[in-house]
Design a protein around this ligand. Structure first.
Ligand code: C5P
Length: 222
């Protein structure tokens, strides 16, 4: 049976990972969170006391970084050089520096290569910024999720409350705007809708409604 690739891209907080996980579960596809990979590389810099600005050193070392996803309920774990960093990669410091680290050519090349390898022989749902444009240009299903910045900040705010992070709604809004700006304006594979992607505005849709819309599209292509 033909393997299916579902690429879900979009700006920060548009609901990509939430719906990607549900879809992967429902269709029994592998889920690959590419944002987690760039976050893990950023955390690697912090742990190894490499300045986030030090593109040269990070580029030299990226191939040696061990990065794996381990299936677990309710969320898969992210393992960086043998350490479970699932929660650590979500900190404010990592969130605010990941756009810089992910802009480096060598880092993107290495992660793109690894992401493609992970799809071999499997049907996958992959979420990120450049999946439909660069990583999986032949994906049968390409979705571009968008939502108003107010809605996205409000979602992050709620998420943060459950994690005990204290950042104001205004600050979150500014962070999201800045991160989207950096992600959309970098030189190499910026955040951009693939020409053959379907845009879904999630501002006024429930998670179930977004899942439903994407599932319908998957069924027509499967
Ligand atoms: O999806 P998430 O918000 O966890 O992604 C964190 C960051 O990783 C993004 O803001 C972006 O800088 C980078 N990223 C990327 N390409 C991807 C996925 C994420 O550059 N495919």
């Amino acid at each position: 049976k033909e393997k299916l690739q579902v690429a879900i891209d979009g700006p920060a907080g548009s609901g990509k990972s939430t719906v990607a996980k549900i879809i992967a579960k429902n269709f029994a596809f592998i889920y690959i969170d590419t944002g987690a990979m760039y976050r893990a590389v950023t955390l690697y810099a912090k742990i190894n006391q490499i300045d986030y600005e030090n593109e040269e050193q990070l580029s030299e070392q990226v191939a040696t970084i061990s990065l794996t996803f381990v299936p677990a309920d309710p969320v898969q774990r992210v393992i960086l050089d043998g350490q479970d960093v699932t929660e650590a990669i979500r900190s404010e410091e990592i969130t605010n520096n990941v756009s810089l680290v992910s802009s480096y050519k060598k880092i993107r090349e290495e992660m793109t290569e690894r992401q493609r390898q992970m799809t071999e022989g499997a049907s996958v749902v992959m979420d990120g910024r450049d999946i439909g444009t660069t990583v999986l240009p032949k994906a049968q299903v390409k979705i571009f999720l968008v939502a108003s910045v107010e809605q996205r900040a409000a979602r992050r705010f709620k998420e943060n409350q459950t994690k005990g992070f204290r950042v104001s709604l205004e600050e979150l809004k500014d962070e999201i705007i800045l991160r989207d700006y950096k992600d959309s304006h970098r030189l190499i594979s910026p955040l951009k809708k693939a020409s053959d992607a379907v845009t879904i505005d999630t501002s006024y849709l429930s998670i179930d409604q977004v899942v439903e819309k994407i599932s319908e599209i998957i069924k027509t292509r499967a």
